[in-house]
Design a protein. Structure first.
Length: 135
């Protein structure tokens, strides 16, 4: 299952700051994408994105990202047009002590896993991955 995996700490991270997925451990879950930009806005900061998307449910994090990255066939084709943001796990970056989140982006025929500083801007090409208990 998704949560039978432990967190896979990136090389650059020194410790975990937040893990929002833990309470869903060993449950059947459903993933979907969340738009987070307020009407008329071109972009928002990562902290604002997390706050706005968090109002719409639980945010997927590192466990979900790693599960999808090892099971790419489960990522819907229509998600390829977006950078998939996983803010449910926030890492402290050991390189410069900033809070970072991970994301997947489609390019060159495959999914790339990368990280972004929460202080960066996130725009309309991004979607937050939401995780919820299956009904």
């Amino acid at each position: 299952t998704l949560f039978s995996r432990l967190l896979n700490q990136p090389r650059w991270a020194t410790k975990i700051f937040e893990d929002a997925e833990l309470h869903l451990a060993e449950q059947e879950v459903v993933l979907d994408l969340v738009k987070f930009l307020p009407y008329g806005e071109a972009f928002v900061s990562g902290a604002t994105m997390i706050s706005l998307a968090g109002e719409k449910g639980d945010l997927a994090g590192n466990r979900t990202l790693n599960f999808l990255h090892t099971n790419l066939r489960l990522i819907p084709e229509e998600w390829k047009i977006f950078a998939l943001i996983f803010p449910g796990t926030i890492w402290i970056d050991g390189r410069d002590n900033r809070n970072c989140i991970e994301h997947l982006v489609w390019g060159g025929g495959y999914w790339h896993k990368d990280d972004r500083w929460i202080g960066d801007n996130f725009g309309s090409g991004c979607r937050v991955v939401r995780i919820r208990k299956a009904t």
